[in-house]
Structures are given as structure tokens and as C-alpha cells.
Design a protein around this ligand. Structure first.
Ligand code: FAD
Length: 467
């Protein structure tokens, strides 16, 4: 029987990063993946393909502004969706090949098949050809991720009533895409098809889209997306989603009991994701699963079985690839006797629409609820030379700092390239910077990053220069 120091179940960003870190630390490591390709949700049907389609559709949408830049388009510009999807698939395939290379390079044994516990130290692998192999594992790391969830009364047929997975491979641009759920995934995919010519309606139960983020970001993103033509039905509870032929009818009710009926040709159900442990046989190893379906872990990501750990979407916390990666690294280092630490407050959140939305730390709503005395400084991109030069004028940077100590408590931004700009805020907060610290650092001119400095100046005695 093959025997390993560490066996990782699941090859998403949590699992494969953890396997590499384990191998770097000298453990004999194996990884088990039930699909034929490595990379998990993020690479195959999540982060990467969605960003490929966002990029392609962004290029197309930009054509509408070419004339402003003195570029004349002579002749028709058309979308070839088949080619766009094929490019996305090629990006995924190439990146997945890169993970195979990394597994080889780090001498990690890859098993393709469904991993399920026999007991706390043995995992059986059921392979596609019907055979099975059992391996011995001193330590196991569960990184089995998540799957799209739905509402009990919605029947997802994967043709017209779809999840994000199908939305990444449509064969036609919908005429009217009705999106259920105004969270990150729904809004990103909504913008893809809006740009490609679909009418897009978003039905959201809460009173605003991207409800987990700072209210000011929701407000600005809603304003910009409305300008682009997206329609929103917030504070609406979906009652039914029915398909008749090629028509999907969505009914939703507001707080006053008024019912709206939306008819589309596709409905994207993006109401969240559920932790995935199907087929894992966790009980056999003594691993407890919570009522919400998450693998229960302590602060060291250790499960109720002391030699088994769990990371990523299958445990509590934000369902984000970089959170899964940090946890994967942390467990490997714990196994090696190190004392790593993750500050979950400093895991940034990003929406890859254009303008991009990015945030780290506490929202204004959270600070108010906690009774923290804070001050706020904001700076609009439209006052920035770089933003004017590229005509990316929407959005702002907002910095929240402790009223007494000036320590930065939260940074919230919407605008061009904020997905990358947020890294500066993470570094600053990791080192417990004050708003004044950021305001005194030189930021290259002209850059979008100057908005961060200006917002920090605004939070420091209202000293912004360019407003
Ligand atoms: P996963 O990536 O879900 O991987 C789990 C793997 O385990 C899968 O490959 C699965 O097949 C395998 N597996 C499960 N059970 C078994 C078993 N018993 N045996 C063997 N293998 C098994 N996050 C971001 O940070 N940024 C983004 O831009 C972003 N965009 C997204 C866009 C979309 C459309 C979606 C759906 C998600 C997006 N996410 C994004 C979320 C991100 O994909 C997840 O947070 C991330 O993939 C979680 O990583 P993970 O390693 O925990 O699990």
C-alpha cells in the first residue's frame, strides 16, 4: 500500500497550494482530484474562466468609446461567442497544465478519482475506470471546496435555468438574462452578458447588491451598472422560477406584497455556494460536519480527528481562492511545527466588474455597529489626472481610520484597477499603518494609486490636495 506523510483531497487553490507547501517542507505528499483536470472550481469554472470572459467582453464594450479617442471603426464589429468561449477554455487548459507541471516539479503524487475515508489514516480512491486503490495517510487535508447552491423550489436544468458553471459556456448571448442573487458571481457574469448585448435583470433579496461590502460601494456600483443598462429589483424575494420551452419566468415579491414577473430566455441562479463533502465519508474518519455542511475546524484548521485538517470553501469563512491558499499554506506549516497565523480581517474582497470593486478590513456599517469611533476620507477618481487621461472617471477610494489613533481600519474602493490597488491597503493594514503613514508615502504620478494617497490625506485632517 502506498503511504504518504500528507494526503490532500481536492486540487483547488486550497488543495494544490497546500500540497506544494507540504512538499517544500519535505513531506511525502499526494493529492487526490475527482475530475480529470487539476485546479478546482477556481481554475475550471470560477475565477479564471470568469475573468477571461470579463476581459473579452470588456474589450468589446470599450469599442463604444473608441470614437472619443479618435479611433474610427470602419465596418461592423461583431461578437463571435463561440470563439470567445474557446479562448476562455484555452486559458483554463493552459493554466491547468501549469498545475500539472508544478505537481511534477514538487514530486507530488497525483491520483485522479474520488477520495473517501476508510478510517482516519486511510483514504480509498475510486477511479474513473472502475478500479479502486487505498492509500495510507499520516495526515490528511480536506480541500473539497464548494458547489453552487440553489433555492428549494428552483429546478436547475443546466440549459435555461443555470448556475455559474453553465453561464461560462453558453452557446448564444441571452436576449434577457434574469439573475437571481446580486452577489459577486451574479454581478460579474451579468456584466459579461450585458456587454455582449443581453438585457440583464438582477433580483436580490437584500436591499442592495454585493450586500457584504461597504454600502457606499454597493451604491456606486449600482449607479454605474444602471448607467450601462442593468436593471435591479432589490428587496425582492423570488417566489418561483419556471421554464416553458425557451422562456423562463421568474416571479418575485417585494415587502409590500407586490409581485413582479420577469420573462427571460435564461435565468442564472447565483444565490451562493454550499460546502461540498459528498462521497467523502467523513464520518468514517471521525470528522464532524456542521449543520451548515461545513467541515468543523478549530483555530488551527484541525478537524475533530486530530490528524485531519480542512481548508478553503469547505470550512467557515469567506469563499475566496486566496483565503483557501492562505489556509493551505498555514496547515502545511503547522504540520512542520511552525506557528503561522492568518488575519482573516485582512483577506481582501474583489468584484471584477469594470469599474472594479475592492475592499479590505471593516466596513462603515461594521464600525458603526461595533460603536468604534472612526473618521473617513474619500477621494473621487474623476479628480485624478491618470483617470482623466484614460477616461476611467467612475468611483472613489474611501479610507476609514480610528478617530483617536489614526490606524487604518478599512479601505473600500471602486474604480479602474482597484483589484490591484487594494494590495497597498492590505500591506498598510498588515503593518498597522495610520492614514497619515499612507499619506506621507510617495505615489508615482500619474497613477490610479494616487487616489489611495489622496483618500489617506482626506482622512488625515481633511488634507486632500486635488479636491
Ligand atoms: P475548490 O476550488 O472548489 O476545489 C475543490 C476540489 O476538490 C474540486 O476540484 C473538486 O472536484 C475536488 N473534490 C471534491 N471532493 C472530492 C473528493 N471526495 N475526492 C477528490 N476530489 C474532490 N474566488 C476568488 O478569490 N476570486 C475570484 O475572482 C473568484 N471568482 C469566482 C467566480 C465563479 C464563477 C465562482 C463559482 C467562484 C469564484 N471564486 C473566486 C471562488 C473560488 O473559486 C473558491 O473560493 C475557490 O475555488 C475555493 O478553493 P478550494 O480549494 O477550497 O475548493
Amino acid at each position: 500500500m502506498n503511504s504518504f506523510d500528507v494526503v490532500v483531497i481536492g486540487s483547488g487553490p486550497g488543495g494544490y497550494v497546500s500540497a506544494i507547501r507540504c512538499a517544500q517542507l519535505g513531506f511525502k505528499t499526494a493529492i487526490i482530484e475527482k475530475y480529470s483536470t487539476l485546479g478546482g472550481t477556481c481554475l475550471n469554472v470560477g475565477c479564471i474562466p470568469s475573468k477571461a470572459l470579463l476581459s473579452s467582453s470588456h474589450h468589446y464594450a470599450e469599442i463604444a468609446h473608441f470614437a472619443d479617442h479618435g479611433i474610427e471603426v470602419c465596418g461592423e464589429v461583431k461578437v463571435n461567442l463561440e470563439k470567445m468561449i474557446a479562448r476562455k477554455t484555452a486559458v483554463v487548459d493552459q493554466t491547468s497544465g501549469g498545475i500539472n507541471y508544478l505537481m511534477d516539479k514538487n514530486k507530488i503524487t497525483v491520483f485522479n478519482g474520488l477520495g473517501s475515508f476508510v478510517d482516519a489514516t486511510h483514504v480509498a480512491i475510486a477511479k474513473a475506470d472502475g478500479t479502486s486503490e487505498t492509500i495510507e495517510a499520516k495526515h490528511t487535508i480536506i480541500a473539497t471546496g464548494s458547489k453552487p447552491s440553489s433555492l428549494p423550489f428552483i429546478k436547475i436544468d443546466k440549459e435555461r435555468i443555470i448556475t455559474s458553471t453553465e453561464a461560462l459556456s453558453l452557446t448564444e448571448v441571452p436576449k434577457h438574462l434574469v439573475i437571481i442573487g446580486g452577489g459577486v458571481i451574479g454581478i460579474e457574469l451579468g456584466q459579461v452578458y450585458l456587454r455582449l448585448g443581453a438585457q440583464v435583470s438582477v433580483v436580490e433579496f437584500m436591499d442592495r447588491i454585493i450586500p457584504g461590502m461597504d454600502g457606499a460601494l454597493s451604491k456606486e456600483l449600482t449607479k454605474v451598472l444602471k448607467k450601462q443598462g442593468m436593471k435591479f429589483y432589490t428587496s425582492h424575494k423570488v417566489q418561483s422560477v419556471e421554464r416553458a420551452g425557451d422562456v423562463v419566468t421568474v416571479k418575485a415579491e417585494n415587502a409590500k406584497g407586490e409581485v413582479i414577473t420577469l420573462e427571460g430566455d435564461y435565468s442564472l441562479v447565483s444565490v451562493g455556494r454550499r460546502p461540498y463533502t459528498d462521497g467523502l465519508n467523513a464520518e468514517a474518519a471521525g470528522v464532524k460536519i456542521s449543520e451548515r455542511g461545513q467541515v468543523e475546524v478549530n483555530d488551527h484548521l484541525q478537524t475533530s480527528a486530530s490528524n485531519i485538517y480542512a481548508i478553503g470553501d469547505v470550512v467557515r469563512g469567506a469563499m475566496l481562492a486566496h483565503k483557501a491558499e492562505e489556509e493551505g499554506t498555514m496547515v502545511a506549516e503547522i504540520l512542520a511545527g511552525q506557528k503561522p497565523h492568518i488575519d482573516y480581517n485582512l483577506i481582501p474582497g474583489v468584484v471584477y466588474t469594470w469599474p472594479e470593486v475592492a475592499a479590505v478590513g471593516q466596513t462603515e456599517e461594521q464600525l458603526k455597529a461595533a460603536g468604534v469611533a472612526y473618521k473617513s476620507g474619500s477621494f473621487p477618481f474623476k479628480a485624478l489626472g491618470r483617470a482623466r487621461a484614460s477616461a476611467d472617471l467612475d468611483g472613489f477610494v474611501k479610507i476609514l481610520a480610528d478617530a483617536t489613533t489614526d490606524e487604518v481600519l478599512g479601505v473600500h474602493m471602486i474604480g479602474a484597477r482597484t483589484a490591484d490597488l487594494i494590495a497597498e491597503a492590505v500591506v498598510a493594514m498588515e503593518y498597522k499603518a495610520s492614514a497619515e503613514d499612507i499619506s506621507r508615502m510617495s505615489h508615482a504620478h500619474p497613477t490610479f494609486a494616487e487616489a489611495v494617497k489622496e483618500a489617506a490625506l482626506a482622512a488625515t485632517e481633511n488634507r486632500a490636495i486635488h479636491v
